[in-house]
Design a protein around this ligand. Structure first.
Ligand code: HEM
Length: 253
């Protein structure tokens, strides 16, 4: 009993079921968009030809891309609506907003990596890197939707705006897709899979839970607020238990 009580304390709820479902839907939609979009752009590649044939031809690929694009629009609009309503009517904290502290934290960590600080920056619910990733994906997503809609309805757009906007939208949509793909592959996949802190997979967005040890390391301000204690106490306890663990290690000899 006591053991399970202790284990409970070690796992902390970080994401709600709604956030877990939202993230799963975004994964499915964006993987579909990347596969069906990039295979059109790089159609001369063997893998693209193979993919297009497996999907039953280019018409099917284009149809699936537009359908997934529509789902992506709905997901993004819902995400923004729920965030605005939550902050306005339910007193949710706008924790993704970039503040002065994020710049200070980034500077602090640079100094830490060069050995001028003795501990990493103490962050709140989302650190400056998570915020950077969120805003690049959100603004990039909105741009993809805008340019995607222009490509979808070129005749309608050309009735109101100069025709040059259509090739510009195509260049933006196509190049930004490649850019987000590389950014996602390098940054997001590294942070959630290959980073030594989380390897082999950061499961928090799938299970909704995170270990207390990671909370102390990555989000000590939020943990201190959740537990109603001073942040210094959280960090100090962590140092003490880390030192205890060091001492308790069996001798390798
Ligand atoms: C992560 C999001 C997305 C990615 C990575 C992506 C990627 C791409 C790529 C690489 C192309 C080929 C461009 C070229 O031929 O050079 C393309 C075409 C296109 N995309 Fe997207 N796209 C995304 C979202 C959207 C959205 C949200 C929409 C609609 C609202 C959309 C609608 C279109 C349309 C209409 C085309 C033209 C091809 C066709 O006629 O079917 N895309 N996309």
């Amino acid at each position: 009993m006591q053991k399970s009580g202790m284990m409970k304390k070690e796992r902390i709820r970080r994401f709600s079921t709604a956030r877990i479902i939202e993230h799963l839907l975004i994964i499915v939609t964006t993987v579909t968009l990347f596969a069906t979009g990039l295979s059109q752009r790089f159609w001369t590649f063997h893998v693209s030809k193979w993919f297009i044939l497996k999907m039953g031809g280019i018409d099917n690929v284009r149809f699936i891309h537009r359908f997934a694009g529509l789902i992506f629009c709905i997901e993004l609009i819902l995400h923004l609506l729920i965030a605005v309503m939550g902050v306005t009517f339910k007193q949710w904290q706008p924790t993704m907003f970039i503040t002065k502290k994020d710049f200070a934290d980034a500077k602090h960590n640079m100094r830490y990596y060069f050995g001028f600080e003795n501990h990493p920056a103490r962050c709140d619910r989302f650190d400056y890197m998570e915020k950077f990733e969120y805003w690049t994906i959100l603004t990039g997503g909105l741009l993809m939707i805008l340019t995607g809609l222009i490509l979808w309805f070129p005749a309608l757009v050309a009735r109101f705006l100069p025709g040059e906007i259509i090739p510009s939208a195509k260049a933006l949509h196509s190049n930004e897709a490649t850019l987000i793909f590389l950014l996602n592959a390098v940054w997001h996949i590294y942070n959630s899979i290959f980073s030594p802190d989380v390897f082999p997979l950061d499961t928090s967005i799938f299970t909704g839970h995170i270990s207390r040890e990671r909370m102390v390391r990555e989000h000590p301000i939020e943990l201190a607020q959740m537990e109603g204690v001073d942040i210094e106490k959280i960090v100090e306890n962590n140092h003490r238990s880390a030192a205890g663990q060091e001492e308790a290690k069996p001798s390798p000899l």
